[in-house]
Design a protein around this ligand. Structure first.
Ligand code: GLU
Length: 525
């Protein structure tokens, strides 16, 4: 049975849960489900200092929001005894050794094996320290001596005594001095090979008895019978340590999938840490009112492409719209691209548009309501209680229908729904920047404000007749009708872009339109 897992470390802030997490969870989920297998969520919270409960909750909530359901949930902090048992076993079989000295070295090293800080841009200081660690620790040489003399039991006895005397220690793997280690990477679609001499004896069990990632990940993936380890590319260089442990313990190696890195279009490099909490974070996207389905659909295709299908004209086309269920069916290894994909906001906006226009009014209403409840509770009045009367509900639905033609973000829907109710704020309006109005003088505005008030706000006409009337007024005065429409838009909506006219005007209603003209007249023009 195919078993995959998503194994996030809840170490940043809840805002730092980024879209990369969702992709990893999504692909791992899809691979398991496509093969009728099992998908595990494993919270890797052994970093006692940096792990946060609120971030763990955010991760669980985000998965549930996106509909990515796990079959089982584990927390590494519940399994400490098991890691200690395996670390001891590794020492017993001569695949690991005790290191009782070098407190400082151990500390720095643990830091670097935790963060992805082997990379310089993340943490220069730690990265440099890490580079100095090429030399094997003294303790390794000590262990080597016993091993070469075939005296391992004696070594273990000596170590036991020290432990009994309360000396603090860490456990490190006895990475071979020479030879190679390799695996076929599923995503890279090639054999990846490392020389053992490039690999450090990174700590497996810390002096506080907690495991590092390297030990915990192998113990868990093996205990949980994970068949496919799907994870970020940044872990590629530590895979040799993991393979060494699998082989030493005689465990079956899983398949390894190392995901491509997502590139920042602005720099052409991977996203910086700051962006992970900003542009690339999940929360900001949801807060701006992107639909989860649209985001998810975008993420499915960030680095993966479905097989082409022939359209009626026999031309190859690539389907783009997938829901989770369809994605699970279609997802395959062949479609994974080797090149690092670049993040593309325009494409997300395109998906958002497609998904918003597909919604029925009832669905749209419920999306907006959920959005408001979560992010703008102060605006919940939009949905209560005036809409409880039938007539109002109808008008509310008409407003939504009108907005749905052009508006895409839930945040903007809320703002625009409010604009029907509350008069616009003209303080930020700069008439000199509005096309068609930029050259008009005071006299022009005064003339048309009068005409609008007296003649144009005529709700007794049909909408067609009304449009004809505005055109006629413009012609009689030697002006362009579109300038008058622009003026109306600015007065009634407070912006140069609005939902379609005159429908918008009718939905604002006669009384409010009149109020808005009055208010506009008070502005110093
Ligand atoms: N806790 C690791 C991370 O968040 C998991 C890596 C893995 O999937 O093995 O990157």
């Amino acid at each position: 049975m195919t078993i995959t897992r998503f194994a996030p470390s809840p170490t940043g802030t809840p805002e730092s849960v980024h879209l990369g997490f969702v992709i990893r969870a999504l692909w791992s989920y899809a691979w398991a489900k496509k093969n009728n297998g099992k998908f595990i969520l494993r919270i890797e919270d052994t970093d006692q200092v940096r792990s946060r409960k609120d971030t763990e909750t955010a991760i669980i909530d985000i998965l549930s929001d996106f509909g990515i359901k796990y079959d089982e949930l584990f927390r590494q902090s519940d399994r400490i005894a098991r890691y200690q048992e395996v670390a001891r076993k590794l020492a017993e079989i001569g695949a690991a050794y005790y290191d009782f000295d070098s407190e400082k070295r151990t500390k720095e090293e643990i830091k670097s094996s935790y963060s992805h800080a082997i990379k310089k841009e993340d943490n220069e200081e730690v990265a440099e320290e890490f580079m100095k660690l090429k030399e094997k620790p003294q303790a390794r040489k000590f262990a080597d001596k016993f091993k070469s003399e075939n005296n391992w039991q004696e070594y273990l006895k000596l170590c036991d005594e020290k432990i009994k005397n309360g000396e603090s220690f860490v456990i490190r793997p006895m990475i071979p001095y020479s030879g190679k280690v390799s695996w076929e990477d599923v995503i890279l679609k090639k054999k990846v090979e490392f020389d053992f001499k490039e690999i450090q004896d990174l700590v497996l069990l810390k002096s506080d008895g907690f495991p590092t990632y390297h030990l915990a990940v192998v113990v868990d993936d093996s205990d949980m019978q994970v068949t496919d380890v799907m994870r970020g590319f940044e872990w590629l260089s530590t895979t040799p340590i993991h393979l060494f442990l699998y082989d030493s313990l005689n465990l079956t190696r899983p398949n390894f999938w190392h995901f491509p890195v997502i590139m920042d279009p602005r720099t052409g490099k991977k996203f910086s840490k700051r962006d992970l909490e900003g542009m690339f974070g999940v929360m900001p996207w949801l807060k701006s009112g992107y639909l989860k389905e649209a985001l998810l659909n975008y993420l499915m295709l960030l680095g993966w492409a479905p097989k082409a299908i022939k359209n009626e004209a026999g031309v190859d086309v690539y389907p783009e719209i997938f829901n989770l269920e369809e994605f699970v069916k279609q997802f395959d290894v062949d479609g994974i691209q080797k090149a690092n994909p670049t993040f593309d906001q325009k494409k997300i906006d395109w998906f958002q548009g497609v998904y918003i226009r597909k919604l029925t009014i009832e669905e749209l209403k419920s999306e907006i309501k959920n959005y408001v409840t979560k992010f703008e509770p102060e605006n919940i009045d939009l949905f209560t209680p005036s809409v409880s009367q039938n007539r109002d509900i109808k008008i509310f639905d008409e407003k939504l229908k009108l907005l749905q033609e052009r508006t895409t973000l839930l945040q903007d829907f809320v703002e625009e729904l409010k604009l029907f109710e509350t008069n616009p704020d003209y303080t930020k309006l700069n008439l000199k920047e509005i096309k068609g109005l930029e050259n008009k003088d005071k006299a022009w505005f005064e003339k048309y404000l009068q005409i609008i008030e007296k003649d144009i706000l005529d709700f007794s006409l049909s909408k067609e007749d009304w449009v004809a009337k505005v055109k006629k007024v413009a012609e009689e005065n030697g002006d362009k009708a579109q300038d008058i429409f622009m003026l109306l838009r600015v007065i009634l909506w407070g912006k140069q872009f609005s939902p379609p006219f005159p429908e918008t005007m009718w939905l604002i209603g006669e009384e409010k339109c009149k109020e808005r003209v009055k208010q506009f007249k008070m502005l110093p023009l």
